[in-house]
Design a protein around this ligand. Structure first.
Ligand SMILES: Nc1nc2c(c(=O)[nH]1)N[C@@H](CN(C=O)c1ccc(C(=O)N[C@@H](CCC(=O)O)C(=O)O)cc1)CN2
Length: 284
């Protein structure tokens, strides 16, 4: 049996269609949402992701504000751009594309952002609000994963979920979303210090692989019928994306979110949701 596809491209297109109408309604009330991005350096992956975010904005009618700095930019130079976007009324929400170049204090940059303009839900105040169960913009990839599972009818309630990875954009916030009462999943977080990854994976109804380790999740480790979401990105020598999930997993799993075409487009769609929701809050 071959797994069904958790189609992030199609689901993101549905979300964007709904957002287009909501943005038009905001504009009638005199509010134009504007997404700012700060991109530092010349990482081809980051450039591609940021370009995709602005393409999405154009599709739904959100204004784009782009700031680019060279890889040699100093902490002070990046902080100056953060302050500028904090003050810019045309920028209703913005993100700092991660990772930042080595030597830059990423946490300090995130802390300096206006939490009300944090479109990524990664400001410490917004992550704190998530921990405390208070309303906040939600981190885009974890929220995109929940939406993708829900829209395809994958049961989250009571599911045993294994999250592989502990990075700030996915691994850390993912269990916080999954263990809310609205999701009610049981989560095991695995990482490079996990002694027997295979034993944990074999018990999982849902696997979220965000380790950045090519083909780490192998068919023999996956429970038949499980939902397996590939969020890891490594690059082959030819520059092609290689996910965390071995292609053979599709023969065992019930559901697979491919990479590309699965969670990536959902990350971008969820970012637009955060921008539109913030603009809607501003008009009451
Ligand atoms: N400030 C942030 N930085 C990063 C985040 C984030 O949520 N906020 N997440 C990742 C990268 N990311 C978002 O920025 C991202 C990753 C993947 C995609 C995407 O659309 N991928 C496509 C394939 C694109 C390709 O061909 O390379 C897909 O999966 O189909 C969008 C955004 C780290 N940084």
């Amino acid at each position: 049996m071959t797994a069904q596809i958790l189609d992030g491209k199609a689901t993101a297109a549905e979300i964007k269609s709904d957002l287009t109408a909501r943005v038009a309604a905001l504009k009638e009330k005199g509010v134009t949402p504007g997404l700012g991005t700060i991109l530092v350096g010349d990482d081809p992956g980051s450039q591609k992701y940021v370009a995709g975010k602005h393409r999405d904005c154009a599709q739904v009618g959100i204004a784009s504000i782009q700031r680019e700095l060279p890889a040699t930019a100093t902490q002070e130079e990046i902080e100056a751009v953060v302050r500028e976007l904090n003050e810019d009324p045309a920028c209703t929400g913005y993100i700092v594309q991660l990772p930042l170049p080595k030597g830059i204090d990423e946490n300090r940059i995130l802390e300096l952002m206006d939490p009300e303009k944090d479109a990524d839900g990664l400001h410490p105040m917004n992550l704190g609000r998530l921990v405390l169960n208070e309303p906040a913009p939600l981190p885009c990839t974890p929220n995109g994963i929940i939406t993708l599972l829900r829209r395809h009818g994958v049961e989250i309630k009571g599911a045993e979920v294994v999250v592989v990875g502990r990075g700030v954009t996915i691994g850390r916030p993912m269990p916080l979303l999954l263990t809310r009462r609205s999701e009610n999943a049981t989560v095991t977080q695995c990482h490079t210090g996990t002694r027997d990854l295979s034993a944990h994976l074999k018990r999982a109804d849902i696997v979220i692989a965000a380790a950045g380790s090519a083909h780490l999740i192998r068919p023999e480790d996956v429970k038949p019928g499980a939902a397996v979401l590939d969020v890891g990105v490594s690059r082959s020598a030819e520059g092609k994306i290689v996910g965390d999930v071995h292609p053979g997993v599709a023969e065992v799993a019930g559901w697979v979110a491919p990479n590309p075409g699965g969670v990536g487009p959902m990350t971008r769609a969820q970012l637009l949701v955060n921008v539109v929701e913030a603009a809607e809050r501003s008009v009451g």
